[in-house]
Design a binder for this molecule. Structure first.
Ligand code: ADP
Ligand code: MG
Length: 139
């Protein structure tokens, strides 16, 4: 089934100027960028986006990191896009990510792991709406 998922290229990757390399990995694997913009999140936007993690010990560090520099938010479209993107990204902890995945090849650390991807259909819908209006998504 053709799906859409929300992707974020995180500040560690924009800082190192490797957005193009990451986008090429999505495109090579069959995902299409159907919406994209570069933003600098506020602390409160980062807290709202990651609210599900607010009780976790890494929440403060994560929110500090996510507003430490620009991000590139994207809608990716393709067959089974949500799970396919999670495969392309690799495990959350780059040490555990498989060779060839974005996080294995490019991540800096557990927190600074280069990319975010929605984890299911409901979160994909909510996260896309967090950043994009319908007219900004052009398939
Ligand atoms: P994912 O991004 O793979 O969906 P989670 O939703 O569990 O992972 O966590 C959100 C983000 O929080 C991760 O991508 C990572 O940046 C950070 N994070 C998660 N767990 C840890 C941890 N144990 N230590 C440091 N940072 C973490
Ligand atoms: Mg997650």
């Amino acid at each position: 089934m053709v799906e859409r998922t929300l992707s974020i290229i995180k500040p560690d990757a924009t800082r190192r100027n490797i957005c193009g390399k990451i986008i090429a990995m999505f495109e090579t694997a069959g995902l299409r960028v159907v919406a994209q913009k570069r933003l600098h999140l506020s602390r409160s936007q980062a807290e709202q986006f990651y609210a599900v993690h607010k009780e976790r010990p890494f929440f403060g560090e994560l929110c500090d990191f996510m507003c430490s520099g620009p991000v590139v938010v994207q809608v990716l479209e393709g067959k089974d896009a949500i799970n396919l993107n999670r495969e392309i990204m690799g495990a959350t902890n780059p040490v555990e990510a498989k060779p060839g995945t974005i996080r294995k090849e490019l991540a800096v650390s557990f927190t600074e792991n280069s990319v975010h991807g929605s984890d299911g259909p409901d979160t994909a819908r909510e996260e896309i709406a967090f950043f994009f209006s319908g007219t900004e998504i052009v398939g």
